[in-house]
Design a protein around this ligand. Structure first.
Ligand code: F6P
Length: 364
């Protein structure tokens, strides 16, 4: 009997459960494979007592439609920096990577399938280099992994953002206001660009194109010529003004290593007012609504393709690989290549070009 350990790491994302279900169900078809889940990424393995659960068809029945992850996840630390409270009450991040690799071997796991974004895949690669058999499954609503055309969760996030634009249009139109919708995406403007095109926004501001506030103001004013009008601005959380800085906040959460983005919509309002924009402006930060809830059908299919392929790689001992969806094919690439470069929106590419062709200003 071969034992596979599955874990989910990093921020949650619609479709995680769908991948878990696909792995478990396809393992069930193999007869000689058992699947286990480590709770909250590697925490379940490293905690004492351990938190490792057996996953059978019973546990995964119907979870493909559920948001979140039934085995939990974490954005805090990992085997290379495991947050640990010391006797004096202080917290330190301990390197427990060698122990992790040894545990996987000693507990008889054939391999680990790690479902996560760039941070989790970087951890997988380092553990792989230390001798741990691992397969990666790319996850993030940001769609910022270059090896794959799509990460699951992205399309669901875009749908949420588009629905928000559609709703904001009616209130913006009624009050002749500028409505600024801030969406997630970290340093990639994919969610913003897709939602702006799908929702018919007038302005789309993304990290890849630092904006000129006067150009944004001009676009807004062009919509108010007859004293009426309204404007929808979609802004990615990582967007910033030319010569300006990204809007971020410090995190006081122990072991949390990411830069916390958010709040650029309010900054934009301030900048517009300072530039002399007289329109009434309201902001809406969509936040984690983009990440919660049911994955849409595209993401369910993609997640299932990923799960089945990941198990196939695991059982053929094709370790150190990450599953990808490229050019309408399910495939795999070495994890080290997959984390090499980010997938960001090309300022001169077809998405921005198409947006501009239908009148969207990118603030440049
Ligand atoms: O990477 C996914 C993501 O949702 C980003 O778009 C966002 O900046 C970040 O995670 C939020 O992270 P957290 O849930 O830890 O605040």
């Amino acid at each position: 009997m071969r034992k596979i350990l599955v874990l989910t790491g990093g921020g949650d994302c619609p479709g995680l459960n769908t991948v878990i279900r696909a792995i478990v169900k396809s393992a069930h078809e193999q007869k000689d494979v058992e699947v286990f889940g480590s709770i909250e990424a590697y925490n379940g393995l490293l905690r004492s007592p351990q938190e490792i659960v057996k996953l059978t068809n019973k546990e995964v029945a119907g979870i493909h439609v559920k948001g979140g992850t039934i085995i939990g996840t974490t954005t805090k630390g990992g085997p290379f920096g495991f947050p640990t409270q010391m006797e004096d009450g202080s917290w330190q991040e301990l390197d427990r990577s060698d122990e992790t690799v040894a545990m996987i071997k000693d507990m008889g796991f054939h391999c680990v399938i790690s479902i996560g974004g760039d941070g989790s895949q970087a951890i997988s690669q380092k553990l792989y280099e230390k001798g741990m058999p691992v397969i990666g499954v790319p996850k993030t609503i940001d769609n910022d992994l270059s090896a794959t055309d799509y990460t699951f969760g992205f399309q669901t996030a875009v749908q949420e953002a588009t629905t928000a634009v559609d709703k904001l249009v009616s209130t913006a139109e009624s009050h002749h206001r500028v409505m600024i919708l801030e969406v997630m995406g970290r340093n990639a403007g994919w969610i913003a660009t897709h939602a702006a095109i799908a929702g018919g926004a007038e302005v789309c501001l993304i990290p890849e194109i630092p904006y000129d506030i006067n150009k944004v103001k001009e676009k807004i004013e062009s919509r108010y010529k007859d004293g009426k009008g309204f404007v929808i601005v979609v802004i990615a959380e990582g967007a910033f003004q030319k010569d300006g800085q990204i809007t971020s906040k410090e995190s006081d959460e122990i072991g949390y290593e990411n830069v916390r983005l958010g709040g650029v919509a309010h900054q934009l309002t301030e900048q517009l007012k300072r530039a002399g924009c007289t329109a009434d402006i309201r902001e809406m930060i969509l936040g984690h609504l983009q990440r919660g809830g049911t994955p849409n059908s595209f993401d369910r299919v993609l997640a299932t393709l990923y799960g089945v392929k990941a198990l196939e790689l695991a059982l053929s001992n094709d370790f150190g690989k990450m599953v990808i969806f490229k050019d309408h094919e399910i495939n795999a690439v070495p994890i080290k290549d997959a984390i090499d470069s980010y997938n960001t929106v090309e300022p001169n590419g077809y998405m921005v070009g198409t947006g501009k062709s239908v009148g969207i200003s990118f603030g440049d």
